[in-house]
Design a binder for this molecule. Structure first.
Ligand SMILES: [Zn+2]
Length: 120
């Protein structure tokens, strides 16, 4: 495969990946907001009735299911066409929570961090 083909193939995979990411993201939003509202916007209380606890559990399962689904999707779909590596990246960030360094999936890489092939 020549370089232009690799770029096209990666961009095709990326588009497909972003489109397929919508349902697991919706699951996470539904799960986490359900958890938040069930809790009345408060912090987790230790002494909750069983029924309430089961609802918490359900909300967290939905959110957790979304996370697992999205992770599997990432490792299945979002790969470098040349070396088959998931493009990861690290970045510094500064905000209200402080300054930190994060590692995660690079959603818009210029080049593959492993084999260095152009992806854009
Ligand atoms: Zn690569």
């Amino acid at each position: 495969m020549d370089e232009q083909k690799l770029v096209e193939e990666f961009q095709r995979r990326r588009k497909q990946y972003l489109r397929k990411s919508v349902p697991p993201f919706l699951m996470m939003i539904v799960g986490f907001s359900g958890f938040y509202f069930l809790n009345g916007g408060q912090r987790v209380v230790v002494d909750v009735p069983t029924e309430q606890f089961l609802k918490f559990l359900l909300a967290m399962s939905i959110a957790g299911g979304g996370i697992v689904w999205w992770t599997l999707l990432t490792y299945k779909t979002y790969r470098c066409p040349a070396c088959n590596e998931v493009p990861m990246g690290g970045w510094f960030h500064a905000g209200s929570a402080g300054i930190g360094f994060s590692r995660g999936v690079n959603m818009n890489p210029d080049a593959c961090p492993k084999c260095g092939v152009q992806l854009k």
